[in-house]
Design a protein around this ligand. Sequence first.
Ligand SMILES: [Zn+2]
Length: 312
Amino acid sequence: MSEVWTLGIDIGGTKIAAALIDPDGVVHGIRTIPTAAQEGGQAVLDRVIAIAGEVVSEAEHPPAAVGVGTGGQVDPHTGEIVFATELIPGWTGVPLRRRLQETLSLPVWVDNDVHTMALGEATHGAGRGVRNGLYVAVGTGIGGGWVLGSRLYAGSRGLAGSVGHVKVEINGRPCTCGGRGCVEQYASGPAIAEHYRRLRGLASAPEGRDVMEAMRAGDELARFAVQEAGRWLGFALASLVNAMAPEAIIIGGGVAEAGEPFFEAIRSSIAQHALPTARSTPVRKAALGPRAGLIGAGVLARQGLAAERGSL
Ligand SMILES: [Zn+2]
């Protein structure tokens, strides 16, 4: 079973990637096409099927199974998109697993893309050796994924890991989810940029990456905005650490590129707010970069197949 090659597919709002994933988690023969999300769910599905077929037809090692990570909430048991935002219009309700199985004649497993990033990092990246861990992606939004017993924990209908909507303030800032006080409004890239705008008295907020560049150039206010985001995120993570006691937390996404000022703030916030025996929970930077989701999709397929064959 350990020698199985799989096909990994990563479906995001801007691009679709497909590749063969070898037993060591190495990516082979990657192909990438634009998602063209505005053309709607059916067109996106057609493009996924086309790119998957191309990779399979050129494969030196034929894949034994297919794993998919996609934007949106996915029911891992049915492989159906439970809910997707307007990032891919018409994606909600698409029976992704069934359609791919029909056309590729291979077993297929589907999960949310941040979940597959979590599985990729836990298996072949910064979380290697961690059986129970939390992955958090901090970028325009904040997402997460739990790996428990070395396998994904997707929760009821795939909702688990919605770390961005952990509440940090009652009656706090309004959130895109319709609620208030979600950590995403305090610690995401746009939240950092908005904080920096206020500190500097600018008319409009810069891009998150501009703030990081300013920080690296020695701008103390930029550094403060990044650290403040880390403190808020650490505050949210302290509650998750208390509830779930992961062995480690892996942080990826664009904001993780802010580096040590961000990570130090997260660690000291967890140390301040978590229960005594959880205060030193390791917080590490993700290691696989933008391919984490693709690699994790391959692992998802490998594990699914192993479980089905009763060898896991
Ligand atoms: Zn929210």
